[in-house]
Design a protein around this ligand. Structure first.
Ligand code: SF4
Length: 347
């Protein structure tokens, strides 16, 4: 179908009503940027899921990073968004204003390089993200081992998507699966899910790829049976990337992981294997339990599970905006609250 035909189909579709969760923050952002929500039929509802790595990073993790920076005088290296995410009482940005060394880097390899060039500093990289970014975190550790760098470590909060799909399955009629994740994992996960009644379509990232994936989702939903379609075959193959998976498996093992506002999802994370604990900041520095009461009116957890729209949060656009984010979903460009705010809050 042409772009115009896809648009017409999605505009003129009438019943049954369908809720589609775009799991990936990049999809959320691109759907807004392309204005897709504006012309969708009222019978098609898009909800944003937990696929923005910054948004799902829990407060405990931010507190651990702040502890390392302020109490252990480590140099924290991180992608920029994470620096602004609030922990219980502070953020890395505020810690930096108090004298902590917090550096923004563009990759874990930049962090490892910085450690090599600054042997007098203990350098910690904040390792967050999904299947797409974990291999580069592992390569940084591998390089540090190879180069004999002993002042580099990573603080892991890496997550894997299958557990999130399971946890979110009851919130949606079908998933728009993130193409880049499945370029690594392959399609077995989706094939297994459809056998358990969970439907979804793997989508690419251009406007036409998103429209095609949405149209397939709506059409297949109308057939009344669970379905799975790979609508991004130019990138996603059945086997994915065995080399990337083998690399991660060598260095990392599955673990339970906490998702901000959602809670612990069993087996939904990865951490360094014990034999690499010299590069695991949590073990290297013996970070104590920093838990404590966390009171917030932020409803990121409900947003990330598709239970409410960002505009339903009482803080949205008032106390919480991109200049003064109260929650992680307003910090990252990939966050649903930020996307709503930037591209049109009433959608
Ligand atoms: S608008 Fe702000 S406070 Fe409300 S859920 Fe989103 S990030 Fe949290």
């Amino acid at each position: 179908m042409s772009t115009a035909e896809l648009r017409d189909y999605l505009t003129n579709y009438r019943g049954p009503k369908i809720r589609i969760m775009e799991v990936c923050g990049t999809h959320t952002h691109e759907i807004f940027r392309q204005g897709i929500r504006r012309f969708l039929s009222p019978d098609i509802e898009l909800i944003s899921g937990p696929g923005c790595p910054v948004c799902v990073t829990p407060v405990d993790y931010i507190d651990e990073a702040i502890y390392l920076a302020l109490e252990r005088h480590a140099t924290i290296t991180s992608f920029g968004d994470l620096v602004r995410v609030p922990g219980r009482c502070s953020s890395l940005q505020k810690a930096r204003a108090e004298g902590a060394k917090v550096k923004v880097v563009y990759s874990p390899l930049d962090s490892e390089k910085y450690a090599r060039e600054h042997p007098d500093e203990q350098v910690v990289f904040l390792s967050v993200g999904f299947e797409t970014t974990t291999p580069s975190d592992v390569i940084a550790v591998k390089n540090a081992i190879k180069d004999g760098i002993d002042n580099f470590s990573i603080l892991t909060a890496n997550k894997t998507m299958p557990g999130a799909y399971e946890a979110m399955a009851s919130s949606t009629d079908a998933f728009l699966y993130p193409g880049h994740v499945h370029a690594i994992t392959g399609t077995d996960i989706c094939e297994d899910l459809v056998k358990r009644g969970v439907s979804g379509v793997i989508a690419g990232f251009t406007g036409d790829e998103l429209l095609t994936a949405l149209a397939i989702t709506v059409r297949k939903f109308g057939e009344g049976e669970p379905f799975f379609v790979n609508a991004y075959p130019r990138v996603v193959t059945a086997e994915g990337s065995p080399a990337a998976r083998a690399l991660v498996d060598k260095f990392m093992q599955p673990c339970d992981a906490e998702w901000r506002g959602i809670g612990v999802i069993p087996g939904s994370g990865v951490e360094l294997r014990p034999e690499y604990s010299d590069y695991d900041a949590r073990k290297k520095f013996g970070i104590p339990s920093l838990g404590g009461e966390y009171k917030t009116a932020c409803r990121c957890g409900d947003v990330l599970q598709g239970k409410i729209k960002p505009t339903d949060c009482p803080l949205y656009g008032k106390a919480c905006n991109p200049d003064h984010p109260v929650g992680a979903c307003m910090v990252s460009d990939e966050g649903a609250c930020s996307a709503f705010y930037t591209y049109g809050g009433s959608l």
